[in-house]
Ligand binder design. Structure first.
Ligand code: SF4
Length: 104
């Protein structure tokens, strides 16, 4: 099983910022693009997934219970920071520690 499906630590740990072109209706979309209702505008060049800039953070697109069973409700359309992040990054181990899980 993909260990990320039993984790979700990154989705409850980090800010997720990306270019508005990745929004639905934008000029650069993964699948259908990120729903605009799930982001807040930061600047003309950045939007942020709702919920990732509050304490404690939790991305609005995350469903389930971090550390047991989770899913991204917009997986096919998730933005580039989420696509680029993975267990090979040191920050993954840090995020997992935050929710009481060992590094992968
Ligand atoms: S968009 Fe999906 S993968 Fe990215 S932080 Fe939110 S729930 Fe996690």
């Amino acid at each position: 099983m993909n260990p990320c499906l039993g984790c979700g630590a990154c989705c409850v740990s980090f800010r997720v910022d990306f270019h508005p072109a990745e929004l639905s209706g934008g000029t650069f979309q993964w699948d259908t693009g990120v729903p605009p209702s799930m982001v807040v505008r930061v600047t003309d060049r950045f939007v942020r997934m709702c919920g990732t800039d509050v304490q404690p953070p939790r991305c609005v697109a995350l469903v389930g219970n971090p550390g047991s069973e989770v899913a991204c409700s917009i997986y096919a359309s998730r933005p580039s920071p989420c696509r680029e992040f993975g267990p090979e990054h040191e920050a993954c181990a840090r995020a997992r520690r935050r929710i009481g899980l060992p590094a992968l």
